[in-house]
Design a protein around this ligand. Sequence first.
Ligand code: SF4
Length: 306
Amino acid sequence: MTATETKRLSPKPAWLRVKAPTSPEYQRTRSLIRRQRLNTVFEESACPNIGECWAKGHATVMILGSVCTRACAFCNIATGKPDRLDPHEPERLAEAVTALGLEHVVVTSVDRDDLEDGGAGHFARSIEEIRKRAPAMTIEVLTPDFRRKDGAVETVVAARPDVYNHNLETVPRLYPSIRPGARYFASLQLLARVKTLDPSIFTKSGMMVGLGESREEVHQVMDDLRAADVDFLTIGQYLQPTPKHAPVDRFVTPDEFEAYAAMAAGKGFLLVSASPLTHSSYFAGDDFRRLRTARAAQLADAAAAS
Ligand code: SF4
């Protein structure tokens, strides 16, 4: 994006304005995360939900450093030469999330195309270390696309996360400008592969709207995700982190989000979260409980019908 193309940040409509985080719980989560020298998506990506999530003791932690090998046009995370891998990070992570007393944790990372396994081994070790210290804690991973990293998905699935999340982020037509290092169908295949390897793992994907996509294109993404047997879809408003990032094409209204939620539910997703403030791991703990309930109801219906 050249200098002349940078656009002033569009003023947010009322439904996207949130109060600055101040609660004691927020401060406690923040200081503990700082003490453990952990990266969190919230701070790196300037997430508007940080106050709410940290006040609930919910954290999405980022492993594999804070510098990414990709440069997605919507993302506020630094791009460049990645940090040296810290072999003790999985243990530190497990200690921190245990100290936070989380019921559900989301572990994500930057893309590490520079690593032979793309960081898959680090994800697997992080899951194992958390399980050792907090066996009751449920674990969601939000992974990179592990492009050209044979065996990487298998490594993470073998560690048996409760939820495997990988975001499509946007519609295929916008990939070249918004997510240039990724391939739409490669990301879909990753999600389908997880379900083939272990059908008991919930699969989840998220996208942002307001980047210039049409309603029909969003519906097509829903169909593609259902064809990959994805259980849970999140849809939220894209917010421009800085003037150097992709501009907001428009702010999608709450009514349109409701229409997306209804459309997605009609296509058979076990769970859908669609709202202006929805982010991929927004209230992930509550959503995980809802996923389990929805699957139990689905199995009960199937048993009753047979
Ligand atoms: S791959 Fe992920 S962390 Fe890296 S720039 Fe893209 S969205 Fe950001």
